[in-house]
Design a protein around this ligand. Structure first.
Ligand SMILES: Cc1cc2nc3c(=O)[nH]c(=O)nc-3n(C[C@H](O)[C@H](O)[C@H](O)COP(=O)(O)OP(=O)(O)OC[C@H]3O[C@@H](n4cnc5c(N)ncnc54)[C@H](O)[C@@H]3O)c2cc1C
Length: 377
């Protein structure tokens, strides 16, 4: 029978961050992922500066052979309108490629890895869990994303009776010819909202790659919305005339409406498995990293006693950080109710609103400092 101190299911940003902290503290950590890395993940690949800070990422080291695109501006508007462009003096965000970013963080974690192996079963065995019938551990951390099998063990099957964000994207290398055809500034992220304000599309270049996508709080005619968005960008000369591949989609939960059970005896959920993405922007990497850090801190404080009572502080720290969960709050909070269609179109065209509300507050969360690697107890 094999064993480890902590088994983390899922090697995305949540799992690798938690593993990094626990391995640093001397625990025997095993990360199991159903994919062999590097693997791709459906994502725009936009990260905000607190992610770099919380991860103590050495940007010079990271940028060796990987894309780390500085973003210094945003163009904001409604689909069909030119929008307003804003520039920042400092780097306001970064573009990364998930196949590189996730691989880097996982390797750096120093945890033992079992890649290409899905978690299939976990059954209680005395004070421990028996995973896949052969790995015994006192603690399982569920970091398997939206469809995390550990989340399923704790409650209702993921996806049922949950209000979701559905999003699709493509990322592809831009040829020199395509680049000359398009008006694309690598340092400016473009964000355009749907007319009904139920979602937004993005288009941004990072290094030699272009990423376009659209996310909505309902799945209704998502492909049609994307088609319309792409056509409009092509007409404006912002996108190559033909796209090289099909869009890939994924769904995930936004924080306040998520009602997943977060902790139980010897179990804890982090990142998308817990449903933590920011409601206004859909940003999920920062909450994944931060929840990984907070979980690691609670695990270390529990000092080997992983009864539910000892893990519960994790849920209250999440509430302190992201606000109290409200399962009745439908993800319509993607955009505040009161800002509705025609008012929004006018506000969105206002430089002050676009900068201070949309970008600074909703997308960059400039008022919220990075979670330090040692969360105060
Ligand atoms: C189209 C789209 C665009 C997005 N753009 C952004 C963005 O630009 N910026 C941002 O911050 N957020 C973005 N997000 C959200 C972001 O991708 C997620 O919130 C983030 O990846 C969550 O990280 P995680 O570690 O919790 O889960 P994941 O990154 O999903 O990692 C989960 C891991 O678990 C593994 N796994 C799953 N099941 C099993 C199993 N049974 N056994 C073992 N392993 C398993 C998977 O292989 C995967 O490696 C976007 C989402 C979508 C859909």
């Amino acid at each position: 029978m094999r064993s480890c101190d902590v088994l983390i299911v899922g090697g995305g940003p949540a799992g690798s961050t938690c593993a990094w902290q626990l391995a640093r503290a001397g625990l025997d950590v095993l990360v199991m992922d159903k994919h062999v890395f590097p693997r791709d993940k459906v994502c725009a690949g936009w990260i905000t500066p607190p992610v770099i800070e919380s991860l103590e990422l050495d940007c010079t080291d990271y940028a060796q052979g990987r894309v780390l695109q500085p973003v210094r501006g945003f163009r904001i508007g409604m689909i069909g309108q030119a929008g307003v462009e804003m520039r920042y003096r400092e780097v306001a965000s970064y573009g990364i490629r998930r196949c590189e970013f996730d691989q880097y963080l996982l390797q750096r974690s120093q945890a033992r890895l079992r890649l290409g192996e899905p978690m299939r079963t976990m059954v209680r065995d005395g004070d421990a869990w028996l995973v896949n019938g052969e790995m015994r551990t006192p603690l399982v951390v569920g970091a398997g994303g939206h469809f995390c099998p550990v989340a399923r063990t704790l409650g209702r099957p993921p996806g049922r009776s949950e209000s979701l964000i559905a999003a699709q994207e493509i990322e592809f290398p831009l040829s020199a010819r395509e680049r000359s055809e398009c008006r694309i500034d690598n340092e400016v992220v473009q964000l355009y909202f749907c007319a009904d304000l139920k979602g937004y599309g993005w288009c941004f270049a990072k290094g030699d790659y272009l990423n376009i996508g659209l996310g909505r709080e309902d799945n209704y005619q998502l492909s049609a919305h994307i088609e319309q968005f792409c056509r409009w960008l092509q007409q404006r000369g912002m996108l190559p005339r033909s796209l090289p591949q099909k869009f890939k989609g994924h769904a995930y939960l936004l924080y306040p409406a998520s009602r997943r059970t977060l902790t139980h005896d010897g179990v804890l959920l982090i990142g998308d498995a817990a449903g933590l993405a920011y409601p206004q922007s859909g940003e999920g990497i920062r909450p994944a990293v931060e929840s990984g850090l907070m979980a690691a801190q609670v695990i270390l404080e529990a000092a080997g006693n992983y009864r539910h009572r000892r893990l519960e502080p994790y849920a209250s720290r999440l509430a302190d950080r992201f606000g109290t969960r409200n399962p009745r709050q439908h993800s319509a909070s993607w955009l505040p109710q009161k800002i509705r269609q025609n008012i929004a179109a006018r506000l969105m065209a206002t430089r002050w609103f676009a900068r201070h509300v949309v970008i600074d507050r909703w997308f960059l969360h400039t008022g919220q400092a990075a979670v330090p690697t040692r969360w105060p107890s």
